[in-house]
Structure formats: C-alpha cells, structure tokens
Write a protein that binds this ligand. Sequence first.
Ligand SMILES: [Zn+2]
Length: 466
Amino acid sequence: MSVLASMLSSVLALACAADESVEATARRLVQEATTRSQAHAILTELCDGIGHRLSGSDNAARAVEWGAQICERVGADAVTKQAIKVPKWVRGEPEEFEILAPTHHRLIGLALGGSIATSAEGLVADVMVVSSFDELKARAAQAKGKIVLFDKAMGPQPDGRALGYGDVVPQRTQGAIEAAKAGAVGSLIRSVGTASYRLPHTGVMNYEDDVTKIPHAAIASEDADLIGRLIAAGHTVRVRMKMDCRDEGMAPSANVIAEIKGRERPDEIVVIGGHLDSWDVGQGALDDGVGIAACIEVIRLFSDLGLRPRRTLRVVLFMNEENGLAGGKAYAEANAGSLAKHVAAVEMDSGSFGFDGFGVTAGEGGLESLAPLARILDETIGAGQFTRGGGGADIGPMRVGGVPMLGMKNDSETYFRYHHTPADTVDKVVPADLAKCSAAMAALSWWLCESERPLPRVPPKSEGER
Ligand SMILES: [Zn+2]
C-alpha cells in the first residue's frame, strides 16, 4: 500500500468510526427513550399540575416557571427566560348559544379567540348558512342584519375531495371580517375538526381595522347540521348568542430557553421546540403539551446518558403560538445576529398520534443526507418517512436567516378530533406514542448536533415553501 493510500484508508476508517458512533448513539437514545420514557410523566405534570395556558393567563405564567424549573431539574446547563409581550384575551363567563325559533334548542359553542363580546342580553338574529366566502359574496344582499353560519367541513366532501385544516380554517380566522363586510351582525362557524362528538373547537380569529367588529364563535358540527336541516326544511332559524369575552391588551410573558452547551462548537446551535401556551379549554395536552414534554425529555435523555453534543442543543419553549406568535417572532428577532450559526430548528406541534417521520425544509441534498438517520428510525420505531417540506409556526420566523427547518409528521385526522377542544386532555396521549416522538426528537437532535457537515441552508426565497 502506498503512503497516500494508507493515509486515505486511515482517514476513511476514522470517518467511518465517527459515523458509526453517531449512529450507535442515536440507537442508544431511541432505546432509552422507548424503554424508560419520562415524557408522559412530564406531560402529566404540566397538564394536571397547571392545566390550560392561554397567553397572558395566570396559568401561562405558572407554566413558564414550571418550564424553567423542570429543564434545570432534568439536566440543562443553563436556563433563561426571554421576556416578551403577549396579547391577553379573556373568555369571561361561559357563553350561551341557542336556537329560539322555529323551536328551542341549546347549542354547544365557544367564542373564538380575539372575539368581542355581545351585549349582556345577547345578540338575536336570523341565521344564514353559507359554505364559502364566494357564496357569501354572491348572496351578500341577504346577509344584512343576520348571523352568518360558515358551514364548510373538514374531511371528505360530496364531490370526493378531502378538505384539510388549511382549507377550512380561513372561515375561522377571516369569517368575522367577511360576514361584517356583507352587513351581518354576528358570525358562527362549524367547528374546525374531524370528529362529531358535539365538541366546539376554539381557535384564533382576526378583525380588520376598517371593518366593523362582530362577535364570532364556533358551534359543534352537529349543531351546524341542525341549523342547516331546519333551513333546508324551509324554516327561518332565529339564534341567540351571548358572549362575555374581552381583549385586555398586552401582558408580560416569556419564552423559556434551556441549553446543553456544545463540547466543540458551542456557538453553533440546534434549536428544538414546541409551544408552552394553549387554548383556554381542555389541558392543551396534544396542542402542544406533547411537544413541550418531548423537548424536555430530550434534555433528560442527553443528561442521563451523559451525552454532551458537539454543537449546542437549545430547547425553546415558545409562548403565544396560538394567538399572536409573539414568542417565535421575538426569538428570531433577538437572535437575528446569530441565525447564521443556527444549524437547524425542529418543531413538534402536531400531536403525538401515528408519528412516522419528519418533514424537512433544507437546501439541495439536505433531505438525502438524513437517509442514514431515517433508516435507524425506521428499524427501531417504524418512523423513517422523511419528506420534503416541513417546519413549524414558532420556528418559521427563522426562515429569513436560511435556517434549515424540520417538523414532526403525525396522524392529523386523529389529532383534529381533539384540537382546541375541552377534550384535549392528557388521557388522549398514548404514552408509547409520545415515547416514540421523544425518541425520534432525541436521535434527530443528536444527529444534527454531531454531523460533521450541517444541513445545507435554506435558499432565501425557495418557491412553494413556507
Ligand atoms: Zn399548537
């Protein structure tokens, strides 16, 4: 063997050994995460010990303290709180919704986040049902003085299409604006969800400055059906809606930031995160307690296995994803100068059902470079589906800095049965599902922290990607 060849072969051997070691550690993390998972216990502390956590609420403030303490307890080197301002909206007294004519029915509903209240007596008007903004525009003459019910449903449609969350959610976010432009005095939506358990699904909504603000609420899908049937049968349906909600301006809050310092390149950062806030119904277990628990579990796993990554692992428990994204925006702004050193950001915010891999937004060759990790996750937990395109709302603002972004891929049909409802409680989270998500998050985190070459940066403007 020539000197050159022997040098080459020893360099190759070293490279292989390093690769094997990264792979072996990834497998060890998966093993520990799936056999001695603490993630569900962490989730239960958050959900039962605190409960739901709407931005600006006392519970959200308690969740920040809890988050900082538990990150320290499970082994983070350093924990800080990034002070931010968040919108504070308060639901007030429980809402009342009822059909007054042609006969009396109580309706199950929830005010949408950001809505104004009705008068103390409530708002009474006849209902007009539409299935799209286009239909509302075409029939705008009939909308004056009415309560508009937006009736588009998620899932399979009569024409064979299937509508996803993104197809339907504009009726929640923009419905009050469109209804008010047509002269309506209130608006309702069929809850945005995939199951009919007579559950109302809340969520964020918007107003426009120059459009009259009208009360906006979601009712259970069965109740939307009932109104639709009565109208189809030729009745005029009169509804009363009574809501006590109010906007209390901005309130102080924080992102929680916990680190395990890198051993060789501490200034290079891998961010993983979820959002600490939730809606003010249920326990915010699936949305997004599981993301918080999985990220904290990654710190626990690194610490318990004595793993110090080459780069710094930074766990961010973002605040205010649900109604403002103040945490995600503030993080990207405060770190604008170091985004070039952020080698990747990963978000878990799609529940924990049916995890099967990651969506990846990276430059040329990035997805392919993760193939060895995908193989490990496929072999160990059956979750090796890595596909193009992915990220998360909270890490989205880092996109401007070219930071490669990844998001978990989960079964969304089951997730949207409970999303933003009083039924998003800790019992819905299958411990083994959450352990799998945590295992994958830990293995991916290690991979991104260790890889000699980081993922290729995201081009400044790549088409068709968020
Ligand atoms: Zn969420």
